[in-house]
Design a protein around this ligand. Sequence first.
Ligand SMILES: Cc1cc2nc3c(=O)[nH]c(=O)nc-3n(C[C@H](O)[C@H](O)[C@H](O)COP(=O)(O)OP(=O)(O)OC[C@H]3O[C@@H](n4cnc5c(N)ncnc54)[C@H](O)[C@@H]3O)c2cc1C
Length: 415
Amino acid sequence: MNKTTTVIIGAGQSGLAMSQQLTQRSIDHVLLERGDIANSWRTERWDSLRLLTPNWQSRLPGFRYDGPDPDGYMDMPEVIRFLDGYGRHVQAPVETHTSVEAVRRTDSGYRVETDRGTWLCRTLVAASGACNIAGVPKIADQVPHGIDCITPMQYRNPGQLADGRVLVVGASATGMQLAREIRQSGRDVILAAGEHVRVPRVYRGRDIKWWMDRCGLLDLRYDEVDDIRRARRVPSLQLAGTHDRADLDINALAETGIEVVGRLAGARDNTLLFSGALGNICALADLKMNRLLDTIDAWIEDNGMTGEVDAKHRFDPTRIAASPRLEIDLASSGIKSIVWATGYRPDHSWLDVPVFDRKGRIVHDGGVTGSPGLYVMGLPFLRRRKSSLIDGAADDARDLADHLQAFLADRSLAA
Ligand SMILES: Cc1cc2nc3c(=O)[nH]c(=O)nc-3n(C[C@H](O)[C@H](O)[C@H](O)COP(=O)(O)OP(=O)(O)OC[C@H]3O[C@@H](n4cnc5c(N)ncnc54)[C@H](O)[C@@H]3O)c2cc1C
């Protein structure tokens, strides 16, 4: 039986940032990681993926990208090297290849069962990721046999897909990137687009992430938002990190010959049914993009930067076909594969502590759960808009480590 003050589950950026913060506070801890450091980036991403956040935005407590290309976008080997380097830099006490199988409460904290023994601890941080499972809608059950279904967690490159037309469901960063790559491989692609967030890669000469950072949009706190449940469900931005900094919007994809249809709404026999609201959805995405650009323009004005950056401008509205198809017959359409780019969710199935809501999501207040000494990290909008990004780990780890330290101090006084 092993004992420590804090067990951190997961050695991605969230767990490593928390480790650095606990070390700074001299809190004894261990990280339990089922793979190696950066396991999600090593094993669950497709071959061509690059970060959509620029290199300068890869910054963690006491560590940041300091290479020659701050405005570039890391590929997966670079992300893995970056996080490995961070783990070494902060001397994170990681037990690799140790899978947590169950966590239960004890009188004095938590009992953590792994495939390599048991740990007892007073406090526990679940930093096991927000994207452990691909979220696939129920409609998938109705897809007839003979059509290959694949999720982004299984997808590596277009060579995996059966010959024939491909339907990509989902128009967030993942769906858009995969649709473009599959189209570039020479296949016919149909993209089913529901609610999405359109942004340009570059505005007034700077990366959109630079503006969002400067304007403080990424620092927006969870307790400043009117509807935090909704904010936590907002899809990822339509962005990709490419050398040419090209936009990744519906106009760009349509120009490459991708057919865009509405949200996949259902299936009847062999027929897929798509929403007729594509026009409205795209108009709303354009409106929201323009609101973001208005915010940036106002910030530039207020900060006297007008003369230093390119002129204000607006992008073409999203163009959609006059009447996008509402139905596709799978037998005659030539569709042989469906890529379910319909989101991700965490896997906390090992957590045997009553902190879940009816839908199985951990209930927390900015990462602090109702179970004393139990924390969660890395979830969308956990404490800030940037919480699930590499750049969000530092502030969240600091805040939660403060809370954890105070909790331990209180308990020592009581003991
Ligand atoms: C496709 C994709 C692209 C992304 N692109 C960007 C980007 O460009 N920029 C950006 O800032 N963010 C990006 N993100 C978001 C975010 O940075 C990543 O999801 C990141 O991996 C989250 O880090 P994390 O430490 O919170 O979780 P993870 O990196 O998922 O780390 C969790 C760790 O916990 C381990 N673990 C899980 N369960 C157990 C268990 N039971 N026992 C032991 N270990 C366990 C896992 O092996 C993993 O190593 C992207 C996410 C995805 C899915």
